[in-house]
Design a protein around this ligand. Structure first.
Ligand SMILES: O=C1O[C@H](COP(=O)(O)O)[C@@H](O)[C@H](O)[C@H]1O
Length: 214
């Protein structure tokens, strides 16, 4: 987790040096906390770095289930407290305005560095197999941000679409545990991204690196 934080810090520094600004997308969920905390200490010009989530659950910002809450408790501290956090929530922290989120995201694209998680069902961001909106979110013509209603999940989601994620300068996939490693093996076999949405990332045109810790 610390090694990935150093690498991401170096890549953001390089992007900032060449463009005068940089953008980073990071996952939520249970895995990335230690990585995000380590990255919060990176020596970067954070006010010129836009940080966004790869996806958010449609819950209030301070809910235990909120990925934004995870970010506030991990990355948005220490040196990174001054980063430009792209908010998914409307003012007040309880609502989501999809058009507003799309406008905010469009201003920060293309992403320079993207870190993604993956579930044992091979979902990444909130691109879950079996979701009615999945094909639209994987399509090359997808809007930057898509509302998803994954079956079996307790809430709806907003997710960066596949073309936005694939358009990043570099992608890291962060995995832990034997179950996810086995899922990655399955995803590396040929097959449609609708069955294993992580496939839409594994064949992205930019450098993609998988980081695994057991
Ligand atoms: O629901 C989500 O799941 C994935 C994986 O989460 P984890 O708890 O298995 O680490 C995560 O990457 C995504 O951002 C999150 O919203």
């Amino acid at each position: 987790m610390r090694g990935l934080a150093e690498l991401v810090g170096d890549q953001l520094r390089a992007a900032h040096a060449s463009k005068g600004r940089a953008s980073l997308a990071v996952p939520g969920g249970t895995t990335p906390g230690p990585f995000l905390t380590a990255l919060s200490e990176a020596d970067l010009d954070w006010p010129e770095i836009t940080v966004m989530l790869t996806d958010e659950r449609v819950v209030p910002e301070y809910s235990e289930r909120s990925n934004t809450r995870l970010l506030r408790e991990t990355l948005m501290r220490n040196a990174a407290a001054g980063a430009n956090l792209l908010r998914f929530h409307a003012i007040g922290g309880a609502d989501f305005l999809l058009d507003t989120v799309r406008e905010r995201v469009a201003e920060a694209l293309p992403l320079d560095v993207t870190v993604l998680g993956m579930g044992a069902d091979m979902h990444t961001a909130s691109l879950f197999p079996g979701t009615p909106e999945l094909a639209a979110a994987l399509a090359g013509t997808a809007p930057d941000v898509v509302a998803m209603h994954p079956p079996g999940q307790p809430e709806a989601r907003l997710t960066l679409s596949a073309p936005v994620l694939r358009g990043s300068g570099v992608i890291h996939i962060l995995l832990t545990g034997a179950e996810k490693l086995a899922a990655l093996d399955r995803a590396l076999a040929p097959g449609p991204a609708e069955e294993a949405p992580i496939r839409a990332i594994l064949d992205a045109p930019c450098p993609v690196t998988v980081h695994y810790a057991d």
